[in-house]
Design a protein around this ligand. Structure first.
Ligand SMILES: *Cc1c(COP(=O)(O)O)cnc(C)c1O
Length: 428
C-alpha cells in the first residue's frame, strides 16, 4: 500500500506527507510514487516466468519522464500513439527496438520519425488499417529502410458491459485495428512488400477490464487467427503476439478483489500454449494498471456552499486537471489530507471544481462536516495529467515525483500572466 497515514493522521504517499507537499508545490498537484510504479512493473514481469516477453508501457496513461524512466528501469518498453510520445520514450532511454507504435492515423512525419530512429527503426509500426499499409511502405521506400510492422486486428467482438463504451475499442464499429474479415488480405499485402517485415500480430480491446474472461475471449480470436495464418504458410517472420493493455484498477477500494495484471498475463500465456504459439514472444501494453493507483491529485478546498438542496465543497482542482469523471462518468475516491475521516463528523459533500461547466463535478463523497484544508483525489496516476487542459485559463497542474520517501523532482507551474499574455497575442 503506497498510501498511508502517519502517526499524526496525515496522509502520506510513498512516505511523503501530502500536506507538506501541497504547501511546498502549491495546488493542484499530482504526486507519483515511483517506487510503487517500479514494483508494479516487476510484479507484472514476474508473471511471464522467464518466457520471452515485452511489457510495452502505454505512455498515454502518464508521459512524465520520471514515470517513464522508472518503468524503463524495470525493463519496460513502450507503446506510443504519436510521434511526440515516441520522442519522450526515446528521450527516457527506451531502446527503439522496444517501442511499438499504435494509432489509426499516423502522419507522414510521424512515420518518418519511427522509421528513422536507431539502427533499424522502432520495434514495430502497428498497422491499424489496410489503407495504412501502402502509406507506411511509401515512407519506407523514401527512407530507403526496411520497416518492422505488426497488424493490429480488431477482434470484432462485443464485450457487453465489460467496460465503458468510450473505452471499448474491439468491436466492429470502432475505428481501431484491421477488421477481422480483412486481416488475411492485410497480411498478404505486407508480405508482398519488399520493404515491410511482418514481425507481430496485435490487438488492444479496451480498458478497465476487471475480469479476465472478456480479455481471454479476445485473446482467443487473435491467437486463433495467428495459428490459421501460419497453417496457411504466412507469418514466417513473426516474432511476437501482442495482446494489448486494458488491465483494470480498482477505483472503489472495495473488498472484492479484481483481476490483477499478472492474472491477465497468465491467462494469455495459457492460451498461447494452447494455440501452439510458444515460439513467439508475448507483448502486453499496459498503461493504467502500471500507474493509476500510485498517483494522487492533491487540491485545496477553496470554500463550501450550502443550499437547501445540496452541499458543495469547492476545490481548486477541476475537470481541466482530471477529466475522467466528466468524460467517462468515472468515480475517484476523495479523502481529507490532514486527518482521517471520523465517521461521527462525516457528512455528504458534492465535490466540485471551479470550472464553468456542470460536468466539473467529482461526485458525492463523505468528508468532514468542517471542510478540510486539502483533499486527495485517489488513483489519479493514469489519464490525469496527460488529459489536462487549460480551459477557463487554468494553468496545468504541477507534478511531483516521489522516491525513497523523498520528493525527487517536480515540475513548475506556468503563471496566469504568461498564459494571459500568450492568449492576448494570439491573432495580433
Ligand atoms: C491506451 C492503449 C493502451 C493502454 O490501455 P490501458 O487501459 O491504459 O492499459 C494499450 N494499447 C493501445 C494501443 C492503447 O491505445
Amino acid at each position: 500500500m503506497t498510501l498511508a497515514r502517519d502517526p499524526s493522521g496525515t496522509l502520506c504517499l510513498g512516505g511523503v506527507r501530502l500536506e507538506a507537499l501541497a504547501s511546498e508545490a502549491g495546488t493542484p498537484v499530482y504526486a507519483y510514487d515511483l517506487d510503487a510504479m517500479a514494483a508494479e512493473a516487476r510484479a507484472l514481469r514476474e508473471a511471464f516466468d522467464g518466457a520471452p516477453h515485452l511489457v510495452a508501457y502505454a505512455l498515454k496513461a502518464n508521459t512524465a519522464g520520471g514515470v517513464v524512466r522508472a518503468l524503463a528501469g524495470e525493463g519496460c518498453g513502450a507503446d506510443v500513439v504519436s510521434g511526440a510520445e515516441l520522442l519522450v520514450a526515446l528521450a527516457c532511454g527506451i531502446a527503439p527496438e522496444r517501442i511499438v507504435y499504435s494509432g489509426v492515423a499516423k502522419t507522414e512525419r510521424e512515420l518518418d520519425r519511427a522509421i528513422a530512429c536507431g539502427a533499424s527503426g522502432i520495434g514495430a509500426v502497428q498497422l491499424e488499417s489496410v489503407e495504412e499499409i501502402a502509406r507506411v511502405e511509401a515512407r519506407a521506400r523514401a527512407a530507403g529502410r526496411d520497416v518492422r510492422v505488426s497488424v493490429r486486428i480488431n477482434p470484432s467482438i462485443e464485450l457487453e458491459g465489460a467496460t465503458h463504451a468510450h473505452i471499448a475499442t474491439g468491436h466492429d464499429r470502432a475505428k481501431f485495428g484491421v477488421p477481422r474479415p480483412d486481416v488475411a488480405h492485410a497480411v498478404r499485402l505486407v508480405e508482398a512488400s519488399s520493404r515491410l517485415e511482418l514481425v507481430g500480430m496485435a490487438m488492444h480491446v479496451g480498458s478497465q477490464f476487471t475480469d479476465t474472461a472478456p480479455y481471454v475471449q479476445a485473446v482467443r480470436v487473435l491467437f486463433g487467427l495467428v495459428r490459421s495464418l501460419r497453417e496457411a504458410g504466412h507469418g514466417r517472420a513473426l516474432a511476437f503476439v501482442d495482446t494489448g493493455g486494458g488491465f483494470g484498477v480498482d477505483y472503489t477500494g472495495a473488498a472484492v478483489p479484481i483481476a490483477r495484471p499478472a492474472d491477465f498475463v497468465r491467462a494469455a500465456r495459457a492460451e498461447q500454449s494452447r494455440h501452439g504459439l510458444d515460439d513467439l514472444a508475448l507483448y502486453v501494453e499496459p498503461g493504467r494498471s502500471m500507474v493509476a493507483a500510485h498517483g494522487v491529485l492533491v487540491a485545496r478546498v477553496i470554500q463550501a456552499k450550502v443550499a437547501a438542496t445540496a452541499r458543495w465543497l469547492m476545490i481548486d482542482a477541476g475537470m481541466n486537471d482530471l477529466v475522467r469523471p466528466a468524460l467517462y462518468q468515472a468515480r475517484h475516491r476523495i479523502v481529507p489530507v490532514e486527518h482521517e475521516l471520523v465517521a461521527a463528523h462525516a457528512i455528504r459533500w458534492r465535490v466540485v471544481g471551479p470550472v464553468c461547466e456542470s460536468s466539473d463535478d467529482f461526485g458525492e463523497h463523505s468528508l468532514p462536516r468542517e471542510p478540510p484544508r486539502a483533499v486527495a483525489i485517489l488513483d489519479a496516476g493514469a489519464y490525469g495529467y496527460t488529459m489536462a487542459s487549460q480551459y477557463n485559463g487554468r494553468q496545468l497542474p504541477v507534478e511531483a515525483f516521489l522516491r525513497g520517501g523523498q520528493i525527487v523532482g517536480r515540475t513548475e507551474r506556468t503563471t496566469v500572466e504568461q498564459w494571459a499574455a500568450a492568449r492576448a497575442r494570439a491573432g495580433a
